[in-house]
Design a protein. Structure first.
Length: 394
C-alpha cells in the first residue's frame, strides 16, 4: 500500500535483538487500523487501505520511536507538516501534555515501561497552544512481553464531545429555568398561606391552592420529560403493548382541550374505517397525541384537523395519524431540526423537548414520524405505527 511517507531505519531492540529492516513508505505494522495481524486464509496481501483515507489521525512510530506514518487527519489536527514529522521522534512530532501540564510521553513511557502493557485508553490531551485532542495508543509487540515493534497512536478532534457537553449544559440550564418559576410560585403561595391563613377568604385560599396545584403539575411533567429523555438516549424506553383504540384516544384529547376553553368547532376529526387492531403503549400514545394537539393549538391557527386512517407499508400494515393546522407553518430550513432537542417553533414558551420525546416514543414502537406543510399552509405532523399483536401472543 502506498501512502507517500518517508521513514528511517529501525534501531536494534532494547533486548539486543538484531535491528529491524527499514520501514518502507506506508508500511503499516500488524494490528494498525485497517490492517489485520495476520493475512486471512484466502488473503495473499494486506487490504489496500490508505492511511490518508482514515477519518481519524494516525501516527505510527517504529521500534526506535521514530515516526514512519503521519496521515492527513493527524496533520490537520496537529497543524504539523507531515514532512517534518516523518523520521522525527514521536515525542517531538506529538509534544502532548495532560490537562495538568505534565509531559505525556514521560508519564506513559511506552518504550521503557512495563512490557505487559498493550496500550493507552482514549483521553483528553493538549498540544502546544492549548489545542485539545483525544488520544489513544496501542503497543504492538512481536511477542507478548517483548519490546515494542511499533507504536500506533490515534487522534480525534474534540468537536463532537464538545457538542455533547454543550447539549447537556443547555439541558441543565433549560431545566433550571423551567423549574425555578413554578417552584418560586409554590414557595411563595404556601409561605403566604401559612403566615396569613386567617386573613384570606375561602375563595382567595382556593385560588392560591389551585395555582400551587397547577405549578406542581408543571414540575411533575418536566421531571417526566427528563426521565423520558434519559431513557430514549440510553435506549431503555420501555413499551408496554396493549390493545389501543386510537380513535377513542383522539376524541378524549379533543374533549380535554375543549373543556379547557378551546372552541369545539376548531377541531375536525376524520376516522378512516375499518382501522386495524393496534397494539401499543396507551400512556405513551396519549403523550404523543397530547403533545401534537397542544402544539397545533398553541402554535397554529384556524382549524386543527386530525386524520386517523389505515396505512400500508411494504412489509406490514399500520395506523397513521395526521395532525394539521392552518397557521404559518414551519419554515423549510427548520424542518430538519423539528425533532431535535430545544427546537421551538415560536416564542410562546415550552421547553423545546416535546417533539424530541414524541419522535423517541414513535420509534420505540417501530413507527415513523414526519413533518411537512399541510394543505392550508400550516404544519402537518404524521406518525405511523405498525399494528398487530406482540410476538408472544401470536
Amino acid at each position: 500500500m502506498t501512502v507517500g511517507t518517508n521513514s528511517s531505519p529501525r534501531a536494534a531492540g532494547a533486548d539486543g535483538t538484531p535491528p529491524l529492516p527499514a520501514a518502507q513508505p506506508g508500511d503499516l505494522p500488524p494490528g494498525a487500523p485497517g490492517v489485520p495481524a495476520q493475512p486471512g486464509p484466502a488473503a495473499g496481501a494486506r487490504p489496500a487501505v490508505d492511511p490518508d483515507d482514515l477519518p481519524d489521525g494516525l501516527v505510527i512510530a517504529d521500534a526506535a520511536g521514530r515516526v514512519v506514518c503521519f496521515n492527513r487527519a493527524a496533520a490537520r489536527l496537529t497543524a504539523t507538516d507531515p514532512a517534518r514529522a516523518l523520521g522525527s521522534r514521536i515525542e517531538q512530532a506529538l509534544p502532548l501534555e495532560d490537562l495538568d501540564g505534565r509531559h505525556w510521553w514521560t508519564l506513559t513511557d511506552p518504550y521503557g515501561g512495563l512490557a505487559t502493557r498493550r496500550g493507552q485508553p482514549e483521553r483528553n490531551l493538549l498540544l502546544p497552544g492549548g489545542r485539545e485532542v483525544l488520544v489513544s495508543a496501542r503497543y504492538v509487540r512481536t511477542r507478548p512481553t517483548g519490546p515494542l515493534s511499533s507504536l500506533v497512536v490515534s487522534l480525534r478532534g474534540t468537536e463532537a464531545r464538545r457538542r455533547t457537553e454543550r447539549s447537556h449544559a443547555e439541558l441543565i440550564a433549560t431545566v433550571a429555568h423551567e423549574l425555578r418559576s413554578p417552584l418560586t410560585s409554590v414557595k411563595g403561595f404556601t409561605a403566604t398561606l401559612l403566615a396569613k391563613w386567617e386573613r384570606f377568604t375561602d375563595d382567595q385560599k382556593r385560588l392560591m391552592l389551585e395555582t400551587v396545584d397547577a405549578d406542581a403539575n408543571r414540575v411533575t411533567r418536566l421531571i417526566a420529560e427528563l426521565l423520558d429523555i434519559s431513557r430514549i438516549d440510553s435506549g431503555r424506553l420501555e413499551v408496554r403493548r396493549q390493545p389501543v383504540d386510537i380513535a377513542t384516544a383522539v376524541g378524549r384529547h379533543v374533549q380535554a382541550l375543549t373543556a379547557n376553553g378551546q372552541a369545539p368547532e376548531r377541531f375536525l376529526v376524520r376516522i378512516g374505517r375499518p382501522l386495524p387492531d393496534l397494539w401499543a403503549d396507551p400512556d405513551k400514545i396519549d403523550q404523543v397525541l397530547g403533545n401534537l394537539l397542544e402544539n397545533a393549538v398553541r402554535h397554529g391557527e384556524g382549524t386543527v384537523t386530525i386524520d386517523v386512517a389505515p396505512a400500508h407499508t411494504k412489509n406490514e400494515k399500520g395506523t397513521a395519524v395526521t395532525v394539521t393546522d392552518e397557521g404559518p407553518g414551519i419554515p423549510e430550513e427548520s424542518m430538519g431540526r423539528v425533532f431535535t432537542r430545544f427546537w421551538r417553533g415560536s416564542k410562546r414558551g415550552g421547553t423545546g423537548l416535546g417533539l424530541y420525546i414524541v419522535k423517541g416514543i414513535v420509534e420505540a414502537h417501530g413507527g415513523t414520524i414526519t413533518v411537512g406543510r399541510g394543505p392550508g399552509g400550516g404544519a402537518e405532523f404524521r406518525f405511523t405505527l405498525p399494528v398487530g399483536a406482540p410476538a408472544y401472543l401470536s
